[in-house]
Design a protein around this ligand. Structure first.
Ligand code: AMP
Ligand code: MG
Length: 417
């Protein structure tokens, strides 16, 4: 059997993603947090506006509030932001007004001061103001009682601004997810160990720190369980601890078919495997499963040990799953944006797996979006990944690509960007 045939039986990336999404139920616990700490959280309860926004008709310009259309107006006072004019204008009267100041009763338009000439208490203007011109209407943004942000929204800076403008000081959000993170491999040494102390074949445990950085950007609480040897009983202990203290576990290493790869065996023993091995490159040995607890279950994501594979599978598979788990509304859980770019180099590819090559894309001098793959594409080549700003997504059954071909690219977003 050729490689490509062996890979025909593998579950596709799309099917795996769909299965993850379909089988994961969002968390339900909530907490109330000050608005200042709500950015990035998922709104759990509706927030209704307690007032209209803007709260009153106010001026969009520095200028003059006018009553009716006339050749000239008599100024009878001023309305400044925070200091409204309390009288009522009659036709032909005006007040000085500043941006944001309440439009006085009787005024029906505002003329910007650049169009006005002032002589004593009289103003004339270079062009008439239209009715309602430069008046920001009460309630034109938000009406009292209106829902400000849909439940399930990930709260972003514009939401914070909107909620604050409605005077909201705290919001109820879904609780943060808790991750247990661990590495598996006898060869792994903690960063900080002097290079001179590494034994033959030892490497630094780079995955754990990279995955931790990624999860922190995803606003997940992390229990770092450290690094574990390639021993089934130790791995069992690690998985049990992870299961009992987190919503999901992320491991890296030991998930392949080598004689020291015990992740899958122990997962099967303590729980169940949802799937293992996908038609993805890099990242084929990715495993998903569940570890039942007395009070529920802990999801299990077994990432391959190869550092590029670990990050690519986290990004392509685990992140969409976590968005579902943390309660992000369906509409906001969109697949990453893809676009087309012209290839600046040849690419070798065997049919059989969807390939997420690492590339660098930019607009060339002619304004054409181009992409070049960033160096050799091994699943251990972190320098190329570090220099990349996008994936070049090569379809599963596709083969080689040539310079000048148009290919699909996926610009990196957080936490890769
Ligand atoms: P494995 O999935 O255990 O077969 O590991 C595949 C490759 O990834 C091997 O070259 C490992 O040394 C490497 N690897 C495994 N875990 C890590 C880790 N935590 N950090 C960096 N490299 C790793
Ligand atoms: Mg290993």
């Amino acid at each position: 059997m050729t490689d490509a045939c062996a890979e025909n039986g593998l579950r596709s990336v799309e099917a795996a993603k769909q299965m993850l999404i379909d089988s994961i139920q969002p968390v339900t616990g909530t907490e109330t947090v000050p608005l200042s700490q709500a950015c990035g959280r998922i709104l759990a309860e509706p927030v209704l506006a307690a007032l209209d926004l803007p709260p009153c008709d106010n001026s969009a310009m520095d200028g003059y509030a006018l009553c009716g259309e006339h050749d000239h107006y008599t100024i009878i006072g001023k309305s400044l932001a925070g200091h409204p004019f309390h009288g009522t204008l009659t036709p032909g009267q005006a007040t000085r007004i500043t941006t944001g100041a309440a439009v006085p009763t009787g005024a029906d338009r505002v003329q910007m001061q650049e169009n006005c000439t002032l002589e004593g208490d009289q103003i004339t203007m270079s062009r008439p103001a239209r009715p309602r011109e430069n008046i920001r209407r009460r309630g034109e943004d938000v009406h009292t009682g209106q829902s400000l942000v849909p439940v399930g929204s990930k709260i972003k800076v514009p939401h914070i601004a909107l909620l604050a403008s409605a005077g909201v000081a705290e919001v109820t959000v879904l609780r943060k997810l808790k991750a247990a993170l661990l590495s598996i491999g006898d060869e792994l040494k903690p960063i900080g160990t002097p290079a001179s102390e590494l034994g033959d074949g030892d490497i630094y445990d780079s995955n754990r720190i990279a995955l931790q950085a990624a999860l922190e950007q995803l606003d997940v609480d992390i229990l770092d369980l450290g690094c574990w040897p390639d021993q089934p009983e130790k791995i069992r202990e690690a998985f049990t601890r992870a299961r009992d203290s987190a919503d999901f576990v992320i491991t890296s290493g030991g998930v392949s078919v080598g004689e020291a790869d015990f992740t899958k065996t122990v997962l099967q023993e303590l729980g169940e495997i949802g799937f293992w091995k996908l038609a993805i490159k890099p990242g084929k040995p990715f495993a998903f499963g569940r570890l039942p607890r007395t009070d529920g279950e802990t999801l299990f994501f077994g990432l391959p040990g190869n550092p590029v594979s670990a990050i690519v599978t986290l990004y392509q598979l685990v992140m969409p799953a976590l968005e579902k788990l943390r309660g992000t509304a369906d509409k906001q859980r969109q697949p990453p944006l893809q676009t087309r770019a012209r290839l600046l180099n040849d690419i070798r590819k065997k049919p059989g797996r969807t390939d997420f090559q690492r590339g660098f894309t930019y607009r060339d001098d002619d304004g054409i979006q181009v992409v070049e793959t960033s160096g050799i594409q091994g699943s251990h080549i972190l320098s190329g990944f570090s220099a990349a700003n996008c994936f070049v997504v090569l379809p599963r059954q596709g083969g080689d690509c040539e310079t000048g071909d148009w290919v699909t690219i996926e610009p990196f977003t957080a936490p890769l960007k």
